[in-house]
Design a protein around this ligand. Structure first.
Ligand SMILES: *Cc1c(COP(=O)(O)O)cnc(C)c1O
Length: 355
């Protein structure tokens, strides 16, 4: 294994993916992300807690797993262009894989609600970025409409091929741990990722690669919690923009994953999400964007409300890199006083609190 070069999720797991035979692999080397053991969270819970750090993917989020699959199949089927609605990370991933494939990326984003980093990714990769007066759910409707009326491939997670790519994260967890964990905690927005993990865990257990399947616990922001409320949210609002979604496309699949696994959905405040983001960065050295911290916030909240993870193996997916949204990070954590000093050792030592 020491000399093994990771080939991207299609070539690593091709036999396990439901994609047409002969699909070329349009890859940027996605997947194979670190499963980082958290001594801090293990001590807190009395269990073994692992972080699946998806910000290490080529464009900085787990969306690359689904996009290598969706763009590869689109190319196999002769597509010259692809379209998606996005809160940011899907468009960043799609633009990169479309560029790699040499097809035209068309992106629909809610006007004014995309982080500058994600917008820069889409633009630099050459996407046609169309800003829509509306929210993500409006963009998804438009994107579906365009794909029906014009010869462009729809690569949102309503395209089942996306889930085929994304389920590889569950395979990697089991391959690394030797079995499925007892619990899997993660954010949920449009609900494709939780559905994909559950697909992967079920498939691996059925194939005899795992002896069990985890309990799936997924978390939404309070202002965008349709799955918790049981009805769509007209005007979703949260600083965790990657999960600012009011009417998840994979609603039914996510409910099935919850019910079949004995899991649940829970809503958390933005304050708790941002506190978890800071705690994770300071205690574990892992910097994630706000939405990505909600699984850790959820673990804290569960412990506070009396749930036990003692003796359990827990995997928390942290979905995207902290550099995806520096503006929110600076707004909430930039309060640390900035002291400007002369180029002088004594002054620097005093400013650093060393004397
Ligand atoms: C897309 C995304 C999510 C939500 O995933 P869904 O599949 O839409 O539920 C969470 N975090 C980040 C960083 C994302 O990009």
């Amino acid at each position: 294994m020491s000399t093994h070069q990771w080939r991207g999720v299609i070539e690593e797991y091709r036999d396990l993916l439901d994609i047409p035979a002969g699909t070329p692999a349009i890859t940027l080397g996605e997947g194979g992300t670190p499963l980082v053991h958290s001594g801090w969270l293990s001590d807190l819970t009395g269990g073994e807690v692992w972080l699946k750090v998806e910000g290490q993917n080529p464009t900085g989020s787990f969306k690359d797993r689904g996009m290598t699959a969706a763009v590869s199949v689109a190319v196999h089927e002769g597509a010259m262009a692809c379209v998606c609605a996005s809160t940011g990370n899907t468009s960043a991933a799609m633009a990169a894989y479309a560029a790699k494939a040499g097809i035209t990326p068309i992106v629909l984003v809610p006007d004014g609600k995309i982080s500058a980093s994600k917008m820069a990714q889409a633009l630099v990769h050459g996407a046609q970025v169309i800003r829509v007066r509306g929210n993500f759910d409006d963009c998804l409707k438009l994107s579906r409409g365009l794909a029906e009326a014009y010869p462009v491939a729809l690569v949102n997670s309503v395209n089942p091929v996306r889930l085929e790519g994304q389920k590889t994260a569950a395979f990697e967890v089991v391959d690394r741990l030797g079995d499925a964990p007892d619990f899997h905690l993660m954010p949920i927005g449009n609900a494709g990722n939780m559905s994909a993990y559950w697909l992967g865990y079920k498939q691996y257990a059925a194939a005899g690669n795992a002896t069990k399947r985890p309990v799936m616990r997924a978390f939404q922001a309070e202002g965008a919690a349709p799955l918790v409320l049981g009805h769509p949210v007209e005007e979703p609002e949260t600083r965790a923009t990657a999960i600012r979604i009011g009417n998840p496309a994979s609603w039914a699949l996510a409910e099935a994953a919850r019910d079949e696994s004995g899991g649940r959905f829970k809503a958390l405040s933005d304050q708790k999400i941002l506190e978890a983001q800071a705690a994770l960065a300071r205690n574990e050295g892992v910097f994630v964007e706000p939405a990505s911290a909600i699984g850790v916030a959820g673990l804290f909240d569960d412990l506070a409300s009396g749930d036990s993870y003692s003796g359990a193996t827990v995997v928390i997916t942290v979905t995207g890199h902290g550099l995806k949204d520096p503006a929110t990070a600076l707004e909430f954590f930039g309060e640390v006083r900035e002291i400007v000093v002369d180029a002088d050792i004594d002054a620097a030592a005093a400013a650093a609190g060393l004397v």
